[in-house]
Design a binder for this molecule. Structure first.
Ligand code: SF4
Length: 274
């Protein structure tokens, strides 16, 4: 065996080189893609990151739009989701429809069984109703930790976040550096879209959508922590409704370190991703 063949075969066993970006490049890209279409950003990202790019979705309408757009650009695109163990049956039914419609493997990540057991032994199965701290502890075990594992091998992830979903999301950028997940790139291609834009795309492209939208839900997460919204309420009012405040988050989407001037208008109905 020659030296050249030895070095070639050992290289083949190595991980492909990281395509992580520096802060300055993130700034340039955020400016470059701010006024461009979601598809333009996704096309660039698929080219740049390849299999190290993942679409992360909880199968709400925004996430389904991103999934559909990415799949049209690359039918082999990687899709990840978190099965918290408390999702409504309609979400699983939609996952099956997505698998059939797009012929995609959905990479499902679950919480660590031992961590869930310890959590519910200590606080009970519905501990999230007791206090904000208990709720955040549940979200940490069931959502935040599995997402960390899901993103461990990625250089970039894509979300369906929009600026008009809530005050805590009003300043997101289309391209961000995600320091929570080791400095990988976080892409929010729908950041400037309204809820109306999302549903126009869903209607136009016949994108499969969650059945709970037909029962008054506007933002859909775990079953015990989500309720339909009443007329005039914001979408996020249906999430952790027993808590007060506009900044209800589960810890999956913490603010970027470098904010920009935000903008946001409500669509035909308020709606929102996890
Ligand atoms: S949304 Fe509710 S059930 Fe789901 S992880 Fe958070 S607290 Fe737990």
């Amino acid at each position: 065996m020659t030296l050249q063949s030895i070095s070639t075969s050992s290289l083949a066993l190595e991980e492909p080189p990281s395509r992580r970006l520096e802060h300055g490049e993130i700034e340039r890209l955020a400016g470059r893609f701010e006024g461009r279409s979601p598809q333009a950003l996704l096309a660039w990202a698929l080219e740049r990151f390849g299999r190290r790019l993942v679409i992360c979705t909880s199968f709400q309408a925004d996430g389904m739009v991103v999934l559909d757009m990415a799949w049209r650009l690359d039918p082999q695109v990687r899709v990840i989701t978190i099965d918290t163990g408390r999702l409504p049956p309609e979400t699983f039914e939609l996952i099956d429809r997505v698998r059939a419609r797009y012929d995609l493997e959905v990479e499902i990540f679950c919480p660590e069984a031992a961590a869930v057991e310890a959590l519910v032994r200590r606080g009970g199965p519905n501990l999230f109703y007791d206090s904000v701290d208990s709720r955040l502890a549940c979200c940490r075990v069931r959502k935040v930790e599995p997402l960390k594992r899901a993103l461990a091998g990625a250089d970039a992830w894509v979300t369906g976040l929009r600026r008009d979903q809530s005050p805590s999301r009003a300043r997101i950028r289309k391209v961000e550096l995600d320091h929570v997940h080791g400095g990988i790139v976080k892409l929010n291609p729908l950041a400037s879209w309204t809820w109306g834009d999302v549903w126009s795309y869903v209607d136009q492209h016949r994108v499969p959508y969650h059945k709970l939208y037909g029962r008054g839900y506007a933002s859909i997460g775990c079953a015990p922590c989500t309720r339909p919204v009443r007329p005039g309420e914001t979408a996020r009012a249906g999430r952790w409704w027993w808590e007060n405040g506009d900044h209800k988050e589960c810890g999956l989407h913490l603010p970027a370190l470098v904010p920009i001037r935000g903008r946001g208008t409500a669509g035909r109905r308020a709606g929102g991703a996890s």
